[in-house]
Unconditional design. Structure first.
Length: 158
């Protein structure tokens, strides 16, 4: 169903993929957009190691949600720039690509818990997070991506 990696010697282990998902803060989320065009956009996200799902928030309406309703299959890509070795111009980066299915969360308690965990990744203090949730939570959807297939790759850019 999913293609094997062509450059398999550069493949990351599942543990390395999870580490990248946990450490990074931004990714590209892609859906099957309108008129056959792909629609990819940068997002902030949180990876839950307990259930192996990716979470992000979005507005209550828009292109992304319309596309997900029409086709829940999505692609999620995250990358680490990685280090530069002394005297080298290139980076040693890692990237992870996840294919899965996206759904808007409905359960109130679970949705709030995931929103809180998502926010804890980005907001500097619990107080700031609590204020933000009190102010804007009612206007937010939480989206869960259930990962069907994940691959990662180590790249030396030279």
């Amino acid at each position: 169903m999913f293609r094997e990696m062509r450059r398999f010697k550069q493949a990351l282990t599942e543990e390395e993929c999870v580490a990248v998902l946990k450490e990074e803060k931004r990714a590209t989320f892609a859906v099957h957009g309108e008129d056959g065009y792909p629609y990819a956009l940068p997002i902030n996200y949180w990876y839950d190691e307990n259930d192996g799902c990716i979470y992000f928030h979005c507005a209550k309406e828009g292109h992304k949600l319309d596309a997900m309703k029409a086709d829940d299959k999505v692609c999620f890509t995250v990358w680490q720039e990685g280090p530069q070795e002394p005297g080298e111009w290139w980076y040693h980066m890692k990237s992870v690509i996840c294919f899965g299915r996206a759904e808007v969360m409905e359960d109130g308690d679970e949705k709030f818990e995931k929103a809180r965990n998502f926010g804890a990744k980005y907001f500097p203090t619990k107080e700031y997070l609590d204020e933000e949730l009190a102010h804007s939570y009612a206007r937010v959807n939480m989206v869960r991506i259930r990962i069907d297939h994940m691959t990662g790759k180590r790249v030396k850019e030279n």
